[in-house]
Write a protein that binds this ligand. Structure first.
Ligand code: BDP
Length: 330
């Protein structure tokens, strides 16, 4: 529901108009949007496209402001704040979401998607709907699935060619127990840590390495302090533009429809920009001295990480069908 002050409402009794003004301010306030990325990053550009379309289609009635670079807090906190309605919308990786929304964790199982096109197809269909239902139940309304490519290991010590190369390495992971388990399957030491702390930690040797997609490896300058980039592509984790359900519930059905369409359109924009940025990022890091190695046979990594599935399914037997739906998809 939205309130607009009209001439008429300004004419009614002082106390009443005061009360209305208060409601009007809170209902039409500019939304606050959380974004961990820098300016000119595909996620940032997708979010900008979303806001522009929403504002245009509602004649400026619904507007928002983006807070980039994670200034509103680290990702796990921001997810909670959005669930509570303190933050109105955000673009989140499903990785850190897994700690509080089990359905989202299925995409954090290593090698679960076979390719990026397959991930798009499944997220735009039944799989995305099932994950989305889990999110809505926990206070987040998904409006668009964004691309975050595939994550690969990088470190300052040596190229990783086999799981044995991870042995004894201190590897930063996002905040999710599944990633700790994943590193432990290779006898590495996992350190969950906020994104903003990784550069310094790599530089000072608090960790030896981390893992991420090419645009994040590049935009954070991690490539300057961890020059071996080994294309294991062990995780394909989609991301989500989502709205706090608290904010969502204040909107009319017409406004909600506008947001849904704008969310999907923004995902199209983001995905296209993502493909371009991945190439540009690889060019930039190799020009900057990164030593890239591809992994001819990913089989040993898949085999090493397989126990992560057993652990996850033992703790979440009700998600077996969803996991199999993805694993058995073409
Ligand atoms: C990036 C994701 C971002 C994560 C970050 C990380 O886009 O949401 O916070 O990785 O590793 O690829 O923390």
């Amino acid at each position: 529901m939205t309130f607009k002050l009209t001439k008429r409402s300004a004419l009614i009794g002082a106390a009443l108009s005061g009360a209305l003004a208060l409601i009007a301010t809170s209902a039409s306030a500019e939304w606050r949007g959380w974004n961990i990325h820098v300016d000119q990053y595909p996620v940032t550009q997708g979010m900008e496209a979303f806001l522009a379309e929403v504002s245009e289609k509602t004649g400026g009635e619904l507007t928002g402001k983006l807070y980039n670079n994670g200034v509103l807090g680290d990702q796990p906190d921001a997810i909670e704040q959005t669930r509570l309605g303190i933050i109105d919308f955000g673009e989140f990786s499903l990785g850190p979401m897994g700690q509080s929304i089990p359905e989202t964790n299925v995409v954090s199982l290593p090698f679960i998607f076979k390719s990026i096109p397959q991930m798009y197809r499944l997220m735009d269909g039944e799989v995305g709907d099932a994950i989305g239902a889990g999110m809505i139940a926990k206070g987040l309304v998904p409006l668009g699935w964004y691309d975050a490519g595939a994550r690969s290991f990088y470190n300052s010590i040596r190229p990783i060619n086999t799981p044995d190369d991870v042995h004894g390495m201190k590897v930063r992971v996002m905040n999710n127990d599944l990633y700790v388990a994943m590193i432990e399957t290779m006898d590495g030491n996992a350190t969950p840590m906020a994104f903003a702390e990784v550069y310094q930690s790599l530089k000072t040797g608090v960790v030896d390495g981390a893992e991420n997609n090419p645009p994040s490896y590049e935009s954070t300058n991690h490539f300057e302090v961890a020059k071996y980039y080994s294309l294991t592509e062990h995780l394909i984790i989609p991301e989500c533009l989502c709205m706090s359900k608290k904010t969502w519930d204040t909107l009319t059905p017409e406004q909600q429809e506008i947001l849904k369409v704008a969310g999907r359109n923004s995902a199209e924009v983001q995905r296209k920009l993502w493909q371009e940025r991945e190439k540009a990022s690889m060019d930039k890091v190799t020009a900057g001295g990164t030593i890239v190695n591809t992994i001819a046979d990913k089989g040993p990594f898949q085999a090493a990480m397989a126990p992560v599935y057993d652990k996850f399914l033992a703790a979440n037997p009700d998600l077996t069908d969803l996991v199999n739906m993805i694993r058995n998809a073409d």
